[in-house]
Ligand binder design. Structure first.
Ligand SMILES: C[C@@H]1O[C@H](OP(=O)(O)OP(=O)(O)OC[C@H]2O[C@@H](n3cnc4c(=O)[nH]c(N)nc43)[C@H](O)[C@@H]2O)[C@@H](O)[C@H](O)[C@@H]1O
Length: 388
């Protein structure tokens, strides 16, 4: 450092450039490939809060978080939509994210550095400790693991590589990750398995501030609002005209039979909930990943009970423009504005809808409701209410 300062005095122009370069550092992260979109949103929040809390404390002001492009998500199955890495602006209002934490899109960084080939200095591969409760306690801790085997992939970019890979066993709060970051003076540091570090304070004031900053893109909001206005006859944020259901099927219907109802059980529960909440409601909006044949069965059963059933069915054009990820968000926004919402047990897709309803100010009894299995126990959903 002394040397570089000496150089700076001798040559002011490069001094400025050099210091500026030294100031800006970047954290990249990635998430376990099979994880879905809505868990990834929570992982983002952990990193964004880590950055913003450090800044609030007047520390690490030169560090920025690189938003990992959305690439090749397991649940995005529309085959004929081209499979390229998507920026966050496809789904979110990035200016709003930036107002909460120092984040940058990967393509912004590419254009800033003007390089054809981008090399990350060090990649830390996070791993779980084999025994989280060693000696009966869950301590926050980390340690370098010399047994390390990892094939890195960088959101589909062939021109991104890494100089050095280090495996780190990690458990505990994400703020502890700064200790790992500060191991070196590198400029570009990446974490794989970003889902391993936990929130410092789940449900705290800064949690909700970050959550509020995760506004969806204008395009997605407009698409959902147009659908609500045309099909569900509501113009405002808090609609009284329809109820919404997130009916998660696929792997949930196969592997979580004890948590989810049959198709018949679903229609019976929806009918019961409407009668209890407001028997004047006839419009039911269903968001689902179910197969077409299952949707038709549910629709017929609800029709027989006297309801009008609505699904958001994108046109080919919508699908090309919004992609699977955007279509799912439109479903979520429509669910968010309903008079009453029923979700699926332990689905992060449902959790994100519940959070948005908290932000809009719905009565929590209209939000924290779930579909129960046809028989057996049905635990009430946890109420993660907003902290202002
Ligand atoms: C058991 C776990 O469940 C986790 O799912 P869970 O939390 O529901 O929620 P997500 O993590 O978002 O993953 C489910 C994905 O399935 C699609 N999907 C689910 N429900 C709907 C819907 O109502 N409408 C539309 N359009 N799409 C839907 C969507 O792509 C969504 O991101 C998975 O991420 C994990 O990989 C694992 O399978």
């Amino acid at each position: 450092e002394d040397n570089s300062q000496g150089y700076c005095i001798a040559n002011e122009q490069s001094c400025a450039t050099q210091l500026e370069e030294e100031e800006e550092k970047f954290i990249f992260y990635d998430v376990n490939p099979p994880e879905g979109f809505n868990l990834r949103r929570d992982v983002y929040m952990r990193f964004a809060i880590m950055m913003s809390e450090a800044r609030k404390q007047g520390r690490r002001k030169n560090w920025n978080l690189v938003l990992p492009p959305w690439y090749n998500l397991y649940h995005w199955k529309t085959a004929d939509v081209s499979n390229e890495p998507l920026p966050w602006s496809m789904f979110f209002d990035v200016e709003s994210l930036k107002a909460f934490a120092p984040v940058v899109e990967l393509h912004e960084l590419f254009s800033k550095t003007k390089r054809k080939h981008f090399q990350i200095d060090r990649l830390y591969v996070l791993q779980n400790f084999p025994n989280a409760f060693e000696n009966g306690v869950f301590d926050d801790k980390w340690e370098i693991n010399t047994h390390c085997d990892y094939t890195a992939s960088f959101w589909g970019y062939k021109n991104v590589t890494v100089k050095e890979i280090v495996c780190v066993k990690f458990q505990g709060m994400i703020s502890k990750l700064w200790e790992v970051v500060m191991q070196s003076s590198h400029k570009y540091v990446m974490f794989a398995h970003g889902e391993i570090p936990l929130h410092d304070n789940y449900g705290s004031k800064s949690f909700w501030e970050c959550r509020k900053s995760m506004k969806f893109s204008k395009k997605l909001i407009e698409t959902a609002k147009k659908y609500i206005s045309e099909n569900l006859h509501c113009e405002g944020d808090i609609c009284s005209t329809y109820i919404s259901v997130h009916w998660r099927r696929q792997d949930f219907a196969r592997a979580r039979k004890r948590d989810v109802p049959s198709i018949k059980g679903t229609s019976t529960q929806i009918d019961k909930a409407i009668k209890k909440h407001n028997s004047d409601i006839v419009d039911v909006f269903i968001a689902s990943d179910a197969q077409y044949s299952e949707l038709i069965q549910l629709e017929n059963q609800l029709k027989n009970l006297g309801y009008r059933v609505h699904f958001y069915s994108p046109t080919e054009n919508d699908l090309q423009e919004l992609r699977d990820g955007g279509i799912a968000i439109v479903d979520q926004i429509i669910c968010t504005h309903a008079a009453y919402f029923i979700g699926t047990h332990e689905s992060t897709f449902t959790f994100r809808i519940q959070e948005d309803r908290e932000i809009l100010g719905f009565e929590s009894s209209t939000t924290f409701n779930r579909l129960c299995p046809d028989t057996g126990r049905c635990e009430k959903p946890s109420k993660w209410t907003i902290v202002q």
